[in-house]
Every structure is written in structure tokens, then in C-alpha cells.
Write a protein that binds this ligand. Structure first.
Ligand code: ATP
Length: 356
């Protein structure tokens, strides 16, 4: 059990590229932290810095209160689970799980009991004699997890561990990882570019963009109050709708499209240019004649439990996505009137993208 603390941690690669810009972070004992962001935002770099697989250019990283900048990966008391499992193909699964313990000089009896216990937790007892290639992708991933668990490390680090699995298995393994982490209570840092995985696994989310932490918070905080337009667009699926707008003189409305006035619940000076953000699930179809946003259906996707409707709005043909529960029969070019409650409109500064 341990805390992980980053104090102005930075990484500049030897070619001069600065991948991580001054990140401050305090991960609590037993907390499940997820680093999420688009490709190239620096999440793997940051995880590898915590693991000790990448050096730290400046700042400090501490595990359990001890600065580890110069401590070798093997001496950091961490265990890492990789996307490609990194199992030894010539060893059976027992030996794969026992490998780290043997290297550390554990007794045979100790190794036997630790591996058997991990296999029991992960339901791998019947597969210990087999080689990794004789297992399914999900079982292999569990062996990789088993190898991490047996060492009882202070910190688990996960680098996109589910990206090689099919959609159903990803969901099963996601639940297993969450369950396991809660039972074992081991401080965990998990990297993913999948925002559903991020939302469901995280006690705390770190949304990264261009080497900085754009927002740190609980998944629900981030969903409800995204700090920037970038975060708002990244978290939530389908993505938030963004419409350019201007605050009305009385400050009570935002004008979007061809002069459509939407009620807002903010305190912003009139005349200011803003970007209005509306999540697809917060738009609803208005009673006849009551809609404020009049839009035209471009495409419909029926998913059974819900329907996604893609619409064009205004003469600039802004794209608007609407997410409705259940099935609906709309056709291309149908005209729909939409409404949105004032407290579901997010406003961002046009220039900085910061939440207003
Ligand atoms: P992905 O989801 O695609 O794995 P990521 O968020 O994990 O992306 P990183 O792998 O951390 O991103 O890379 C962050 C940035 O650092 C990228 O722009 C990448 O090109 C750059 N980078 C990574 N490794 C090196 C290196 N050894 N030398 C120079 N630049 C690097």
C-alpha cells in the first residue's frame, strides 16, 4: 500500500521534445487513478516515469513518501501490466507467475502458496500447467495480472492492458480489474485512451492533453463540470455538441445559429463571444411549436436501447447530435425542434477554451 506523488514532474526526450510539462499529482493510498487522453498526449510517458522505465528530466516522483527519481524500476516495488501481456512463451503459466518471486529469492513453498492463491483469485487454477499460447486472450491477460499480484507490490501500473481484447472480453476484464483492485486495495495507475474504461474504472481521472494535465477529478465531476472545451469534447460519448454563440445584452441568453436564443444559467457580461456546449443526452424533442433549436435530420443510428440522431442546424449547418432512449422512426430531412435545460448548457471562452 502506498501513495504516489508527482511534484512538477517533467520529461524532455533526448531529441529535445518535451512530452510532459510540470505535472503535480498526489495519488492516495489504495486509489485507482486513470490517465486518459488522445494518442500522443503523454500518458504512457508519465506511467513509464512512475515505473522508472523513463528518466525524469526535472521535478520529483515519490512512492510512499520516498523520492524515487534515481531508484531502478526493480527496486520501486511496483508491478506493471502491459498491453501485450509480456509473458514468456516457453514457460508454463505457473512459472510465468512465479518468475518475479524466483528472481527475488523467495522459498519454493512461499512461491507455491503465492502463485496458487493468485490463481485462485483469478480463476486460473486449471491452467497453470499450460503455456500462454494455449490460453485465450483474456486468460493470458489474467496470467499477466497474476504475475503482478503475487509480488504484492506497493503500486500497480497498467498500460492499456485491455486494448488487444475483443469488445465483450474488454467489458468482462474491466469489471474483473475493478473488482480485484477493490479487494486488494492496491494503489493503481491505469493508462487508456478509451473514455468508457476511464470513466468506469477511475476513482480519479486525469485528462491529459499535449503533456499537461487539463483536469484532475472524479469521473462525474469531470463529466458535469469539464474545465475546458478539450475535456468536454473528450469525455462523454457521443461527444458534446459545440455551437459558437454570443451572450445577449441582458446576460440571460446565448444566441447561437441564426439568432436562436437559449436560456442560460450563468453570470457573464452581455456581448461576449463564447462556445456553448450541450451533451447529446441533454437535448430533447420539444412539444410542437415549442422547440428553440430547429434542426434537420441528416442520419439516424438505432442501437436498440437508444437512438443517435445527427442533425444540421442553422444556415451554417452546424452539426448537432441528439441521443434518445429507445427506438424512434425518423427519416432524413425530418425537421425536429429541440430544447435543452438552461443548467445543461456549458459555456467556454472562445479563445482559451476555459469553462466560464
Ligand atoms: P498513445 O496512446 O498513442 O500510446 P501516449 O499518450 O501514451 O500515446 P506517449 O507515448 O507518452 O503518448 O508519447 C507522448 C509524446 O512523446 C508523443 O508525441 C511521442 O511522439 C513522443 N515520444 C515518445 N517517445 C519518445 C522518444 N523516445 N523520443 C522522442 N519523443 C518521444
Amino acid at each position: 500500500m502506498a501513495t504516489v506523488t508527482l511534484n512538477q514532474a517533467e520529461k524532455t526526450y533526448p531529441n529535445g521534445f518535451k512530452a510532459i510539462h510540470g505535472i503535480d499529482l498526489a495519488i492516495e493510498d489504495g486509489e485507482f487513478t486513470v490517465l486518459v487522453g488522445p494518442s500522443g498526449c503523454g500518458k504512457s510517458t508519465l506511467l513509464r516515469m512512475i515505473a522508472g522505465l523513463e528518466s525524469i528530466s526535472s521535478g520529483e516522483i515519490s512512492i510512499d513518501g520516498k523520492v524515487v527519481n534515481k531508484v531502478a524500476p526493480a527496486d520501486r516495488d511496483i508491478a506493471m501490466v502491459f498491453q501485450n501481456y509480456a509473458l514468456y512463451p516457453h514457460m508454463n503459466n505457473f512459472d510465468n507467475m512465479a518468475y518475479g518471486l524466483r528472481n527475488r529469492g523467495y522459498s519454493k513453498a512461499d512461491i507455491e502458496s503465492k502463485v496458487r492463491e493468485a490463481a485462485r483469485i483469478l480463476q486460473l487454477e486449471d491452467h497453470l500447467d499450460r503455456k500462454p499460447r494455449q490460453l485465450s486472450g483474456g486468460q493470458r491477460q489474467r496470467v499477466a495480472m497474476g504475475r503482478a499480484i503475487v509480488r504484492q507490490p506497493k503500486v500497480f501500473l497498467f498500460d492499456e492492458p485491455l486494448s488487444n481484447l475483443d469488445a465483450k472480453l474488454r467489458v468482462d476484464m474491466r469489471l474483473e480489474i475493478k473488482n480485484l483492485q477493490q479487494r486488494l486495495g492496491i494503489t493503481s495507475v491505469y493508462v487508456t485512451h478509451d473514455q468508457v474504461e476511464a470513466m468506469t474504472l477511475a476513482d480519479r481521472l486525469i485528462v491529459m492533453n499535449g503533456g499537461i494535465a487539463e483536469q484532475i477529478g472524479t469521473p462525474i465531476d469531470i463529466y458535469e463540470k469539464p474545465a475546458t472545451r478539450f475535456v468536454a469534447g473528450f469525455i462523454g460519448s457521443p461527444a458534446m455538441n459545440f455551437l459558437d454563440g454570443v451572450i445577449s445584452d441582458d446576460g440571460k441568453h446565448v444566441t447561437v445559429g441564426d439568432g436562436v436564443m437559449l436560456d442560460i444559467d450563468h453570470n457573464i457580461a452581455g456581448g461576449r463571444a463564447v462556445v456553448a456546449g450541450i451533451r447529446p443526452e441533454h437535448l430533447s424533442i420539444a412539444q410542437a411549436g415549442q422547440g428553440t433549436i430547429n434542426a434537420t435530420v441528416r442520419m439516424v443510428e438505432s442501437l436498440g436501447a437508444e437512438t443517435l440522431v445527427y442533425l444540421d442546424f442553422g444556415s451554417k449547418a452546424d452539426n448537432v447530435t441528439l441521443r434518445l432512449q429507445g427506438t424512434h422512426n425518423f427519416s432524413k430531412n425530418d425537421a425536429l425542434g429541440l430544447t435543452v435545460p438552461a443548467d445543461k448548457i456549458h459555456l467556454f471562452d472562445t479563445e482559451s477554451g476555459k469553462r466560464l
